[in-house]
Every structure is written in C-alpha cells, then in structure tokens.
Design a protein around this ligand. Structure first.
Ligand code: DMJ
Length: 572
C-alpha cells in the first residue's frame, strides 16, 4: 500500500492529468448511462423526472410484461406521415378552440361559438396540454402554460358546484400528466389548488364515498339529483389522480380519502366480482339491481387494474382479476350471425343485449391486464380472446357504416353466453376458431347486421374504440389494428371536419351526416392522442412506465417509499 501511495505521488504530472481525465470520462459515461431513461423521456424538453418515477414493475428488464416489439424499420416509414396527419388534425382543433372559444370550456365547431359546461375554467386547454407535449407541439404547449400560469380556480358563477368526476379526470388528470411530462412548476401548484377544491367532496358523506359535486367556494356537497347515491364509475375513478397528487405533495389526505373509498367497495365483498352501479352515499352500500361495465360503472373497473399498475396495489389487482372473471362469466355474449362478441348489462337478473360505445374501453383494459399480470395461462388466454373479440366488434361497428363512424349505442341480436360457447369448444377438442374469434367481413346492409343502432345513432367523437385498438396494437403487434385505426381517422377527417374544428355528428349510416356543433374536450385529450400513439413508433409513452387515467392522461408509475407507507398507512 505504502509503496503504491509513494508510486502515485511520484507519478509524473502528465500521467496524473491523463488518469484524472480518464476518471472524469468514466464517471461522465456512467452518469449518462444511468440517466438514459430520463433523457429519452424528456426528449421533448429538459425536465428531469424524480428518481421514483419508474415504478415497481419496471426496475429491471425482467418484467413479465408482454408488449409487442416495434415493427420493422421499413414499415415505420408508412406510419410517420399518417402520424403527421393526426398532428395536423389536432392543430386544427386546437387553433379553432384558441381562436374562437378560449377561455371558455369547449368550442362549438360549426358556429364558432363556445360553451361552459365544465366549470368555465378552460377545460379544453387543460385536457389538451399533455397531448401537445406528446405530439411535440412545444410552441403551443409553452403558450398554453403561459396563459394559465397566474390562473386560480375561482367560482365562475353564483353557487358554483364543480362536478367531482369530470373535474378530476379532465382537469386534475390533465394538469398532473402535463406536470409529469414537462416539469412545469406552475402545473404542480394548479394541481394542488384543484386537489384542495375537490377534496371536500369526501366530507360529510359518512361512508367516505365522494359526492357528485362540490361547492368551489365553501366546500359544501351535492349528491346526484338529491338521490343520495353515487355512481361506481364516479367514486372509483379518482384514485390514480389523487394518489399521484399525494406522492407529489406528501399530503396524506389525498391518499387517505380515495383509499377509504376503495375500502368501501372492498368491504362490500360483492358476489361474482361485479359491482352495482349505484351506491348509497350515507351507508356506503350498493343499491338497485343494475350491473354494467358501461356508462355508470366503466372506469371503476378500469381503475382496479390501473391502481395496481400505478403503484403496485395488490388488493386492487386481486379485485381486478375477480371482476374480470365476473364480467367474462356473466356479461359477455356472442351474436348468432357473425359471432360478434358484446358485453351487455344485467338488470333484475335479466340481460339487456346492448353494447354502448362507452363499453368499448373494456377490450383495451383486458388486453393491458393480460399483458401485464401474472395470470394462469388459461386465464390469460381467456382475457386475450375476450379482448380480441370485443375490440373486433367495436371496430367493425365503425367499418359497417357508410361513413366509417361507429354508433354510440347498439341493440344486439340476442346471442349466447360466450363463456358457455368457449366451454363447448374446449370440450369438443377445440375444433376450428374459438367462439367470437373469427373476423367476419363488413356488412353494409343494415337488415343483415347483428344489431340495430340504439339512440342516438351518433358519433360523439368518443375515444373508446380507438383506445382499445391502440392497446390491441401494443399488445399483439398485429398491423391490422393499426390499419383499422387509420380508417377510423380518415372517416373522422372526412365527416366531422368543420371550419373551426371537428364536430359530433348524427346519422352515422347515411351521408351527409348531420352536424351537432359540439367538440368535447375528450376529442383532443383522448381520441386524437390514442390515434397519434397508435401510429407512433418512438414509444413516446412507454406502457412499462406510464399508466393512462380514464381521460387518456398518462401518469407515471411509482413505488411508495417506506416513509410514505408509514405516514399514509399504506398496507399493500
Ligand atoms: C371520457 O370523458 C372518459 O373516457 C370517461 O371515462 C368516459 N367518457 C368520456 C369519453 O367518451
């Protein structure tokens, strides 16, 4: 040792300098290697995300996630210009909104007017921020942040009640996602301010379920039409947003309130994994006889899987697996003609054979679950098949129509329970394709279809079918999903484009369609984002690291620290 030390002190100045530079270069390289993921993530900016960003499931490359690899280079060239077309569509919608409607909530894209249905705090802007970031529209993003940097969420009308669910998923989700992507401090301030406005929704309901809406000024609550009930979808779709907000701010209340709500649902120990869609706010117990995965319950099921993905919540994961089994065993049917799979509702134990466009998120969730959960092989196969069959039905409901746009509701020809058909298929040696798996061609003649349109026969610029197509593409790598998505995009461009933006339309199976003069913010937040990501080969949002809220706002996966587990009282 001594000799070594002496040797080094005796080394000549040149070799000392070289050694030092080698060391500096080595350290530099090591640092670069370590921060590679952050560099990739912040490809659009200079934000360095916090070290806990990568979640418990992506700490190493051994994750069991099964996502498809990117397509070969020569194929990517086809999709780059298509992605540009989607970006151009977004720009058109955005500039119309900014020119004609901002600071109101939404654009009336035909008349060039505006509407204020969601608090009047510029919901389209907040819902669009992360889409702009993801699409690399930095000028627009910077301009938008500039416009909100001094904003406060003050009441915009006398006795202003903010709808808890919509405000959470669109505003809070949008702000949090934009913050996670860009690191703009203003956004964190706004998220916390929004959290403070919304958190009183949990006050005074005894059970811990959130109320339908909350008074912006004094925190008083209103239940939905004074029925004293709350919907499963609305109460169980705030967890991703508030848990991430708790992580960012260290405020225990944000975590505790939304976890208490989950505990109400777990405590009910529902049979078959299916949740009633109505819950009594005072008692925290289910009411009515309606079970659905559509409008009134949808994202409640989605958030079970996603709470697990976000932060490794085991109880939510186990409930998701039970609920998916309940849905598969009870609600999925297959039509007699084309073997189209659909998911109906149970009312008084009677199945209503209708498929809502809103329910078309389900195949995406099933595909995501099958790709990320450690399921028994036969269960995984069932989830994958259900995802495939349902996503195909949702896609063909667009392709069948003369406009290429899908109806908002379909009344299906009464079919057979899919799980029974699968059982028979198994028993008889799995001959031919599994039930619901054959991709029958388009049917242009409405009289020969396996469904009629429910009311309204409208396309409301909704995202669910595109969302599921995106997950099908990501999990299977089957190019046909991309093609189907692109066809839908072309139909949107052709039939819903207006001078100022894009509009919802009536009459999807006749031309010309009837315009309704409405451009919901979800069109920019979700529909165009999922279309863009469907055509993107750079993996700008990597599903191993990000989880989308129900309004398509990607939030980072993370792990709770020991300290947080103690202070927030996190058990799983
Ligand atoms: C969106 O606001 C969300 O996806 C929500 O969960 C359900 N409905 C709309 C879009 O259709």
């Amino acid at each position: 040792m001594e000799q070594l030390a002496r040797l080094s002190t005796r080394a000549n100045p040149l070799s000392k300098l070289v050694t030092r530079w080698v060391l500096v270069a080595f350290l530099g390289l090591a640092l670069l290697w370590y921060s590679k993921p952050w560099l990739e993530l912040s490809a659009h900016g200079d934000f360095t995300p916090p070290l806990w960003l990568y979640g418990p499931h992506s700490e190493n490359d051994e994750t069991p996630y099964k996502f498809a690899p990117p397509p070969p280079h020569e194929l990517q060239a086809i999709w780059e210009p298509r992605k540009e077309e989607v970006r151009a569509a977004f720009r058109h919608a955005w500039s119309g909104y900014m020119m004609r409607a901002f600071p109101s909530d939404e654009l009336l894209p035909l008349s060039g007017g505006k509407s204020d249905k969601y608090n009047g705090w510029s919901v389209t802007l907040f819902d669009s921020l992360d889409t702009m970031w993801i699409m690399g529209l930095h000028e627009e993003f910077k301009d938008a942040v500039e416009r909100i940097k001094d904003v406060h969420f003050f009441p915009t009308k006398p006795d202003h009640y903010a709808p808890f669910f919509e405000t959470t998923i669109r505003y809070l989700g949008g702000i949090l996602s934009a913050y996670a992507l860009s690191g703009e401090e203003t956004l964190l301030r706004l998220a916390d301010e929004m959290g403070q406005i919304l958190i009183p929704a949990f006050n005074g309901t005894e059970s811990g379920l959130p109320a339908f809406s909350v008074n912006v000024e004094n925190g008083k609550i209103l239940s939905d039409l004074n029925k004293k009930t709350v919907l499963f979808a609305e109460a169980a779709s705030c967890q991703l947003e508030f848990k991430y907000l708790a992580k960012l701010t260290g405020n225990r209340e944000y975590y505790q309130r939304v976890q208490d709500t989950m505990n109400v649902f777990y405590k009910a120990n529902v049979s078959d994994g299916l949740f009633h869609d109505n819950w009594l706010m005072k008692e925290g117990t289910p009411t009515g006889t309606h079970f659905t995965i559509g409008a009134t319950a949808d994202s409640g099921y989605e958030y079970l899987l996603k709470q697990w993905l976000q932060s490794g919540d085991v109880q939510a994961r186990d409930q998701y697996i039970k609920s998916a089994e309940g849905i598969i065993n009870n609600l999925i049917y297959v039509t007699p003609k084309r073997g189209l799979m659909y998911v109906g509702d149970l009312q008084n134990n009677y199945l209503m054979h209708r498929l809502e466009h809103l329910s078309c998120y389900l195949p995406g969730v099933l595909a995501l679950g099958a790709a990320t959960l450690d399921l028994e092989p036969e269960v995984r196969e069932l989830h994958e098949m259900a995802a495939h069959g349902l996503a195909y039905t949702c896609a063909i409901s667009y392709a069948d129509q003369v406009t290429g746009l899908g109806p908002d509701q379909m009344q299906m020809t009464q079919g057979k329970k899919w799980i029974d058909e699968v059982y028979m298929w198994n028993q008889t040696g799995r001959m031919g394709e599994a039930p619901g798996m054959r991709e029958y061609p388009v049917e242009r003649d409405p009289r020969r279809r396996d469904y009629v349109h429910g009311w309204p026969s409208a396309y409301l610029l909704r995202p669910e079918t595109i969302e599921s197509i995106y997950y099908m593409w990501k999990t299977t790598g089957d190019i046909r999903w991309r093609e189907r998505g692109y066809e839908i995009f072309k139909a949107i461009n052709k039939h819903t484009w207006t001078k100022f933006g894009f509009t919802s339309v009536y009459g999807v199976d006749s031309v010309p369609v009837t315009y309704t003069d409405d451009m919901p913010s979800w069109f920019l937040a979700e529909t165009l984002k999922y279309l863009y990501l469907l055509m993107d080969d750079t993996d700008v949002i990597n599903l191993r690291e990000w989880v989308f809220n129900t309004e398509a706002h990607p939030l980072p996966m993370f792990s709770w620290t020991e300290e947080e587990k103690r202070t927030f009282k996190i058990s799983s």
